[in-house]
Design a protein around this ligand. Structure first.
Ligand code: ADP
Length: 169
């Protein structure tokens, strides 16, 4: 059985992430979406929220699971028996970062392979960070780029943030 780990921040999971996970799940026996607990970036959702959003989003796919982790990605891959780490590549922006990360991880554990899936055309320009920026400024205009449960969670979170801005004024 080949297990693939798909690690990331998933803050929150988008249809671009799901597209990669579902395509990986058609090749590997099991795909584990690994939600990294403390990425070096400012987060909107905490780890538990990010895991729960991803779990609901992929619940209809029997061979995709979600869990969080807080150790080195290759160490986590090893711990769950994953031989492959899956990542997504969008045009231009991702290649250097992914290549650098793959080389460093290969140095730490040469037995784990990195496989990058090319992003589908319709999700090439979708990122969680841009999505959050646009949603806070324009409400629900990007709802079709995320699963339904994520759209609800984003609206809820930003409604609260907007309220706190107004109350703070
Ligand atoms: P990280 O902080 O590790 O980059 P992300 O949640 O931003 O975590 O992304 C996780 C993985 O998913 C990365 O490999 C990223 O390139 C990929 N990814 C993000 N958005 C898309 C998308 N729209 N299409 C394909 N891959 C994507």
């Amino acid at each position: 059985m080949t297990i693939a780990l798909y690690p990331g921040s998933f803050d929150p999971i988008t249809k671009g992430h799901m597209d990669i996970a579902v395509r990986a799940a058609s090749i590997f026996d099991r795909v584990i979406i690994g939600v990294y607990d403390r990425p070096n970036k400012q987060l909107l959702f905490n780890a538990e929220e990010r895991v729960n959003l991803a779990k609901v989003a992929v619940e209809k796919y029997p061979n995709i699971e979600v869990c969080s982790y807080d150790i080195l990605t290759v160490a986590f891959a090893k711990a769950i028996g994953a031989k492959v780490i899956v990542r997504g590549l969008r045009m231009g922006s991702d290649f250097e970062k992914e290549f650098e990360m793959a080389m460093m991880n290969k140095k730490i554990d040469s037995e784990i392979e990195f496989i990058c899936f090319m992003s589908s055309l319709r999700y090439q320009f979708l990122s969680s960070s841009l999505l959050k920026e646009v949603t806070i400024l324009s409400g629900s205009s990007c709802q079709d780029l995320v699963p339904e449960n994520v759209a609800v969670a984003l609206n809820d979170k930003f409604a609260r943030i907007r309220d706190s801005w107004q109350n703070g004024k």
